[in-house]
Design a protein around this ligand. Structure first.
Ligand code: NAP
Length: 297
């Protein structure tokens, strides 16, 4: 018996947390959150639940009925849970997706901690965000958390670059009426060269470069050479570490950030909501790194 399973003693007092999704077997959250609960000394356990889309309402009512304290939400339920919540944060509304749910007297409440996760490593940088230009590559789900994060950091100029003019237009419009209104600027991929000269932060939210297509990069070394000294290249991808994009950026002397810390910090923010305790971030990092490492062998 391993030391972690030896220490897990479930009793009638044990609090239950979890994650719902479908599929769920590859979720990285259970090892990370269980290590954190253990470190905090919380008598709690974090369980993955595979929930079929047809059963979502029943599953949420059931989780409430059996006293689950809170849970994360992953694909494909991040939007579908929203009508079943009694309250939503502005971030979750602006993003249009929920990844963290907690119990209230009235019912389940939800937010999206990807925004905090995205911002955490940026807050450690010395940047005057009020005078900064951000360029976001892609306009999918993760890009919404990035835009909300940049809005909260107070970035002066937020550009979103993608390959479909129509999708860029829809994306920009969706932010005008949002609870976190943002006046986005948009451009097609070939506008990048002229944009990067004045850019402080370049964020990749596309899957380009994600394992197994590790040779792909959303931008070339030549594109990256336009970025000013001190600029930050941020890739939301966490496998491989580093991605080709971040390798090229590091070779060009840029500051680099990958998606690993975002993943840890979105989990830490969820844990803090549920336990009201300061999360053991170093333990969470370690558990996630170990789990990612063993998954890649
Ligand atoms: P998504 O909703 O599918 O969005 C993907 C975006 O990438 C879309 O805008 C898509 O544009 C664009 N794209 C895809 N292939 C492209 C290509 N060949 N050239 C140009 N653009 C392309 O995915 P997501 O949920 O936002 O996730 C995106 C990435 O972020 C994934 O790698 C994911 O692992 C990562 N992520 C990391 C974290 C973290 O905690 N670190 C959290 C969330 C996501 P089109 O619509 O035009 O195809």
């Amino acid at each position: 018996m391993s030391s972690s399973s030896a220490s897990l003693a479930i009793t009638g007092r044990t609090k239950v947390f979890g994650i719902i999704g479908d599929p769920i077997e590859h979720s990285l959250s259970p090892p990370m959150q269980n290590a954190a609960l253990h470190q905090l000394g919380v008598d709690g356990v974090y369980v993955p639940f595979r929930v079929d889309g047809q059963q979502l309402a029943a599953a949420m009512a059931g989780l409430g009925a059996i006293g689950v304290q809170g849970f994360n939400v992953t694909i494909p339920h991040k939007q579908a849970v929203m009508p079943h919540l009694v309250s939503l944060t502005d971030s979750a509304q602006a993003i249009g997706a929920v990844n963290t749910v907690w119990r209230t007297k009235q019912g389940w409440a939800g937010t999206n901690t990807d925004v905090l996760g995205f911002m955490a490593p940026l807050r450690a940088q010395t940047v005057n965000w009020a005078r900064s230009r951000v360029v976001v590559l892609g306009y999918g789900g993760a890009a919404r958390a990035v835009v909300a994060g940049c809005q909260q950091l107070g970035c002066q100029d937020i550009w979103v670059v993608g390959r479909s003019a129509q999708k860029l237009e829809q994306f920009a419009q969706s932010w005008q009426q949002s609870p976190l209104p943002v006046a986005l600027k948009t451009g097609l991929w070939d506008a990048l060269g002229s944009l990067l000269g004045g850019t402080t932060l370049l964020v990749n939210t596309t899957p380009l470069g994600m394992s197994p297509r590790v040779e792909d990069s959303p931008v070339s070394k030549g594109d990256l050479a336009h970025l000013p000294l001190g600029a930050i290249a941020y890739d939301l991808i966490y496998t491989p570490r580093p991605t080709r994009f971040l390798q090229l950026a590091a070779e060009g002397g840029l500051t680099t950030l990958d998606g690993f810390e975002m993943l840890v910090q979105q989990g830490a923010a969820a844990l803090e909501i549920w336990t009201q305790q300061s999360p053991p971030v170093a333990i969470m990092r370690q558990a996630l790194a170990t789990h990612l490492g063993s998954r890649m062998q």
